[in-house]
Design a protein. Structure first.
Length: 431
């Protein structure tokens, strides 16, 4: 890192942020207060800091239960999106304003649900990654860049609680207190490193990205699913997952609080035939109510009765290359390309002091390594990367590196083939 950010002495103790500058703002929970807030933020100046608190692990889905904003000339605001579910007016008032968000991809979906979508943004977490910071959480970034410490003890609380306790509101207000100041320091650091254009291109891509399509077979994200080998058992996992999801949605609780992933996998492996057998499966002990046990047993039975031709495939359907662990058997030449490409990308990322996955996503490296252009020149590799969605700064850096790695892999493969043929010819002569 340059002196632009490294000016904070490592031995200096960070200064704790204990109270918002103007105190804890009242929670906006009615239309009149919301209208006043919209007017104040529309009249403000400069970027607007935006944050959202969800109730992950407590409630179903990822909706926002508190939204925090801060802007010069407007101060800070705390908005209850349950009491004020339509914030499209606020979103429109801030349409031409740069939003400063930490880890934007986490917050933007729940903000979009209430009508708030940025046209321009600055992601301080992603900026930290591109700038080469080892720790990019908001707390560590605030300490290392600004010399200020944020308490994070309320980060994982149940934000659906009403009324929200004052210490939680203080924490929430402080989260946006210095976000714009952090943004300005990171912009300076990125500019000093020659990476500001890279970051701005990434931010623009995030702001312009469409809403993600619904995930195919979301039940396949069940943790420990790799233990389940048989398709019939996978059908049981699917039925249990779907039953749990319906119950969680009806009760508005996190699915993990209804039934753990481990319990689902254990039941699929055991395939219990009755309540007594199900109670013997870890995760379905004596504390589980009989009616719930009947519900889970019915799901297991539905999995048992799925027709053979409707059983889920052993592996998730995908449109990309096979898993890398299968490459050596399916296509040894492609496996060599991937190995060389990964090493080359890793070295390039290290030279530029940023994570390899931010330099170029591993999925893009796999796809171009599995099916490279016939003439793997830098220009042709660049065209493939652009078609697959890489940003221009990534293409400019990575395409020549991948092209060179593919040439090396091809040369090594040719040398190995010649060596094998030479050995075979020698053996034949000796024979």
């Amino acid at each position: 890192m340059t002196d632009a950010v490294a000016a904070i002495p490592e031995e200096a103790a960070p200064v704790p942020l204990l109270e918002p500058k103007e105190g804890i703002p009242p929670v906006v929970a009615d239309e009149r207060a919301l209208a006043d807030t919209v007017a104040a933020f529309a009249a403000g100046s400069g970027p607007v800091a935006v944050d959202a608190e969800r109730a992950s692990g407590y409630r179903y889905g990822q909706r926002a239960y508190l939204i925090q904003l801060r802007r010069a000339g407007a101060g800070s605001a705390l908005i209850d999106p349950i009491a004020c579910p339509d914030l499209s007016g606020l979103g429109a008032a801030l349409a031409d304003t740069e939003w400063v968000v930490h880890a934007a991809t986490q917050d933007l979906p729940c903000l979009a649900e209430v009508g708030m979508r940025p046209q321009r943004l600055f992601d301080t977490e992603l900026a930290g990654r591109i700038a080469g910071f080892a720790r990019v959480g908001l707390g560590p970034m605030t300490e290392s860049v600004l010399g200020l410490s944020l308490a994070k003890e309320h980060s994982a609380v149940d934000w659906s609680t009403r009324p929200l306790p004052e210490p939680w509101l203080r924490y929430a207000a402080l989260d946006v207190e210095v976000l714009v100041e952090l943004r300005d320091a990171l912009e300076q650091e990125l500019d000093a490193q020659g990476k500001l254009d890279w970051a701005l291109e990434e931010f623009a891509a995030i702001a312009a990205a469409p809403r993600p399509a619904p995930r195919t077979d979301p039940w396949r994200r069940t943790s420990q699913l790799h233990k389940v080998r048989r398709r019939r058992q996978l059908a049981v996992v699917r039925e249990l997952w779907l039953a749990r999801d319906r119950t969680a949605q009806e009760r508005d609780v996190s699915p993990g609080r209804v039934l753990s992933d481990a319990a689902i996998v254990n039941a699929a492996l055991a395939m219990p035939l009755n309540i007594a057998a199900l109670q013997g499966v870890q995760g379905f002990g004596p504390r589980v109510h009989r009616r719930q046990l009947e519900q889970w047993l019915a799901a297991v039975q539905r999995g048992r009765e799925v027709p053979e031709n409707q059983l889920p495939p052993a592996a998730a359907p995908h449109d990309g290359p096979p898993p890398p662990r299968a490459w050596a058997e399916k296509d040894p030449v492609a496996a060599a390309r991937l190995s060389g490409a990964r090493a080359a990308v890793g070295e390039l990322a290290e030279r530029h002091h940023l994570p390899a996955e931010n330099l170029i996503t591993p999925d893009l490296v796999r796809r171009v390594s599995w099916e490279p252009p016939a003439d793997a020149s830098a220009a042709n590799v660049a065209a493939v990367l652009r078609r697959l969605g890489a940003r221009q700064w990534q293409v400019d850096l990575v395409a020549p590196t991948l092209a060179a790695a593919f040439v090396e892999a091809a040369k090594a493969g040719a040398d190995a083939k010649v060596g094998t043929e030479t050995k075979a010819g020698t053996a034949a002569q000796q024979g």
